[in-house]
Write a protein that binds this ligand. Structure first.
Ligand code: ZN
Ligand code: ZN
Length: 87
């Protein structure tokens, strides 16, 4: 990747940290959010169907989309593993 595409946000990020660091922070934020939603700690929004689940991540997609359900299952499994590691 290059720094040629400079929107305001990117300029700020490039000035303060490396691209790698910025990406890993964004990644961690998304991951934390997803893991908490998977444990039902806060609501979740499916990025595919834009359906919101105030109770947290459901067991399967409300619309029955297999792709969404696959993601849900994968993330719930990851959240369970992460919970076991930290306790
Ligand atoms: Zn769906
Ligand atoms: Zn979905």
């Amino acid at each position: 990747m290059t720094a040629s595409n400079t929107g305001g946000f990117e300029v700020l990020v490039y000035e303060t940290m490396s691209e790698q660091e910025a990406l890993s922070i964004l990644d961690k934020h998304m991951r934390d959010y997803t893991m908490r939603a998977a444990r039902g700690e806060h609501g979740w929004i499916c990025s595919d169907c834009c359906m919101s689940y105030p109770e947290g991540m459901p067991d399967e997609c409300f619309h029955g989309h297999q792709g969404c359900t696959d993601i849900i299952k994968r993330d719930k499994l990851a959240a369970m593993r992460e919970g076991n590691e930290s306790t």
